[in-house]
Design a protein around this ligand. Structure first.
Ligand SMILES: [Zn+2]
Length: 251
């Protein structure tokens, strides 16, 4: 069973959008599966073989497993066949979390994969089907959790559910992206917008995550420093000191 299944339309999409976060999660011992809906063919640069070799090199760098679906670059559609193909990958790896694109941006393949991943997550749980593998997840849960990443040149929705600080991982993320040598014509930073997302949370580089519905938290701990690292409680300003209650007047 995988912790994270990250789905993208083309080799390099996932790495551009959330490569820093995936490196961080691998460092913390989480297992990751990369799933590219296409092998990039027909490709403006490189060949099917070079792009596959690059995707494998990136997966190795990340320490992730790699799955490549049979869809074609530029012609990706949220079809019944594609849903079943991706659902089989979900049933095989049984991830706790699925990452897929937020349905924004200029590339129709990215938007198609956003809808395809939503549907495949639903199809993966079906019983009474000819598809291989056990339904995932088994009842009573209805589906693995799903978060979305941003992959578009323009920021259409600047309100992510949260931003992960990848300042520490930024240099390694550039090494990861360098695995895609044939894609030097792609302005990866323009798509990733690490500095923009980082600025939203007051750090140098970040990666944004979106979610349908509010973000559930167990309590307020994520907003508190560990007890030993907290600054001493500030004394209230003089004017706000509590005054003794007025003495009761006998009437
Ligand atoms: Zn793409």
């Amino acid at each position: 069973m995988a912790d994270i299944l990250a789905v993208g339309a083309h080799p390099d999409d996932v790495e551009i959008a959330v490569g820093g976060t995936l490196l961080k999660m691998r460092d913390r011992g989480c297992s990751v599966v990369l799933c590219h809906a296409s092998d990039g063919e027909p490709t403006p640069r490189g060949s099917r073989e070079t792009r596959l070799a690059e995707a494998q090199a990136a997966a190795r760098f990340l320490g992730a497993e790699l799955e490549v679906l049979s869809l074609r670059n530029r012609y990706i559609m949220d079809s019944l066949e594609a849903r079943r193909e991706l659902a089989l990958v979900i049933r095989k790896h049984r991830p706790a979390l699925v990452l897929s694109p937020w349905p924004v941006g200029e590339h129709p393949d990215h938007r198609a994969v956003a809808h395809l991943a939503d549907a495949a997550r639903f199809y993966a749980k079906l019983s009474k089907t000819d598809d291989r593998g056990e339904p995932w997840p088994l009842p009573p849960w209805w589906a693995p959790d799903q978060l979305y990443y941003h992959l578009a040149t323009a920021v259409e929705d600047p309100r992510p559910a949260f931003v992960v600080d990848i300042t520490q991982e930024y240099t390694r993320k550039q090494e990861l992206l360098a695995c895609y040598r044939s894609q030097t014509n792609v302005d990866m930073e323009r798509l990733a917008k690490s500095a923009f997302w980082g600025e939203l949370i007051g750090v140098r580089y970040g990666e944004a995550f979106f979610r349908r519905g509010s973000l559930p938290l167990p309590d307020l701990s994520p907003f508190l420093s560990p007890p030993g690292e907290r600054p001493p409680a500030a004394r209230p300003p003089q004017g706000l000191r509590r005054r003794p209650p007025p003495s009761r007047q006998r009437g």
